[in-house]
Design a protein around this ligand. Structure first.
Ligand SMILES: Cc1ncc(COP(=O)(O)O)c(C=O)c1O
Length: 500
């Protein structure tokens, strides 16, 4: 497909608004005036529309098809969320609007906090963090503030993280200045409790655990794990990226966790991916409330809503103003639509995952053969050994069947991992078509492996050099070389970062 610059012809215009010579000339200071006008593509309006409409169809989204990207919970985003987020009273509200002029927005945040306390079984909430990873960082900052207040910060330096953890967990541990202690997974896919027991002592600040884990398995020893950590005076952090499996069924607070982050943009629907927008709300036990970020969104004695900055032990701010407000509106709308039936969301997500797992498990390897939660991890290990086809090949071939690939090569402890999360959104017909495609690919691997090696065959972009594509981004077009200037129109690669 040609670039818009390559379609440009001198003198073509998108629209021809009549000149109005009566208007006063704009008063632009000389130093801001350009000597050479910007070189913009010159195309008629319909060509512009066609160009960008075609581009938009080349992207895969949850609106165009099934998106079983494990760990990311790519559920359908109800349109009512967008309508509500676009209401002028929300969308055009200035973040510095005085409280009396923002009562509706403050009330929405307060109500969202109340619902999230109920969902997590905890006592206080801060909506500020903008992503799960920032929720992790904030949660660990709360660990530190808590131990500082107890005079134990120097002593408690270790945070325990299982080997199935998402990469952001060790990153958050390191960024907050803690030391990471890795703990193994046992043969059933739980944390290895004996390994854990040997690693937790008076120097431990806490645990970071995703439950259900990134293997899609609920830890069967969670009560014992809680006794080990709280018995040692340490805290428990719940990575809530997988909360979609347990809403209305079990609560991190009841499992003993002291801090939880919730990926609003996964569990409670939001268009997300590519780094944003997101919401990484944290919920905490009462012992950690004094340290939460400011301002806190509160309901006052007279029933009005406001912001409270008067928290002497706060860790400070972690995000501008009160956080990513548009994300709150969407999550609130989603939660209110389910109301007290939220449990049905998680039950449907778990049912869908187990249905797909049951259909696929004889054709792929399954490391931990247990009832899964909202997602599960298969492996292409035998396929690789016997036919030379890898998890990457399977993922690429799925695109030819019009499905977004699952997450691959994660979690790291499963070789040739294919991590599949159907979510609750999908119909049985869609799940069946996906299963048929996965089964067909397993057959193709045995009969015609080169079909997989060279996939995708029916996509605008074929097999990419994944490393180069990530490290040598083509991010600019050299204007002087577009066809009008008589030059070569090849886009130029940005300089690769040093050491790439
Ligand atoms: C298990 C787990 N933890 C943490 C995160 C980080 O969340 P975010 O992408 O919102 O920073 C993710 C994101 O994919 C995740 O899957």
């Amino acid at each position: 497909m040609k670039l818009i610059y390559e379609k440009s012809q001198a003198g073509r215009r998108a629209s021809a608004i009549p000149r109005h010579d009566g208007l006063p000339a704009a008063n632009v200071p000389d130093e801001l005036k350009r000597e050479v006008p910007p070189r913009l593509p010159e195309v008629p309006e319909f060509e512009l529309m066609r160009h960008f409409t075609e581009l938009s169809t080349r992207n895969f989204g949850v609106d165009t098809g099934f998106y079983p990207l494990g760990s990311c919970t790519m559920k359908y985003n109800p349109r009512v969320n967008e309508r509500l987020a676009a209401l002028p009273g929300f969308a055009a509200l200035h973040p510095l609007q005085e409280e009396s002029g923002a009562q509706g927005a403050l009330e929405l945040m307060w109500r969202l906090q109340e619902i999230l306390m109920e969902v997590t079984g905890l006592d206080a909430v801060s909506l500020q963090p903008a992503a799960g990873s920032q929720g992790e960082l904030t949660g660990l900052m709360l660990f530190r503030a808590y131990f500082e207040a107890k005079g134990e910060a120097e002593q408690r330096r270790k945070v325990v993280v299982p080997d199935t953890a998402h990469g952001t967990n060790p990153a958050s541990v390191t960024m907050t200045g803690f030391e990471m202690t890795k703990v193994k997974t046992d043969a059933r896919g739980n944390i290895d409790v004996e390994d854990l027991r040997a690693k937790v002592d008076e120097n431990t600040a806490g645990l970071m655990l995703t439950n259900p884990s990134t293997l899609g398995l609920f830890d069967e020893n969670i009560e014992e794990i809680e006794r080990i950590f709280h018995g040692a005076g340490a805290l428990m952090y719940y990575d809530g990226a997988n909360l979609n499996a347990v809403c209305g069924i079990s609560r991190p607070g009841d499992m003993g966790f002291d801090v939880v982050h919730i990926n609003l943009h996964k569990t409670f629907s939001q268009p997300h991916g590519g780094g944003g927008p997101g919401g990484g709300t944290i919920a905490v036990r009462d012992i950690l409330e004094p340290f939460l970020p400011v301002p806190a969104v509160i309901r006052k004695e007279d029933g009005s809503f406001g912001l409270d900055f008067d928290r002497p032990q706060t860790i400070g701010k972690v995000r501008a103003f009160t956080g990513p407000f548009g994300v709150f509106v969407r999550s609130y709308a989603f939660l209110r639509m389910y109301g007290d039936r939220l449990r049905e969301m998680s039950e449907a997500a778990v049912l869908n995952a187990n249905y797909v797992l049951a259909r696929l498990k004889d054709s792929y390897d399954l490391e931990f053969d247990r009832l899964c939660m909202h997602e599960f991890v298969l492996s292409a290990r035998t396929m690789k050994k016997e036919h030379g086809c890898t998890a990457l090949d399977v993922a690429k071939r799925l695109m030819d069947y019009n499905f977004h690939p699952p997450t691959i090569y994660f979690p790291l402890i499963v070789p040739e991992a294919l991590m599949i999360e159907p979510t609750e959104s999908e119909t049985k017909e869609t799940l069946d078509s996906f299963c048929e495609a996965m089964l067909a690919i397993a057959r193709e691997a045995a009969e015609e492996p080169e079909l997989l090696h060279e996939a995708p065959h029916h996509r605008p972009v074929k097999r990419l050099d994944e490393v180069r594509a990530a490290k040598q981004l083509v991010v600019k077009y050299r204007f002087g070389e577009h066809p009008d200037a008589g030059g070569d129109s090849t886009p130029v690669a940005a300089e690769a970062p040093k050491g790439a």
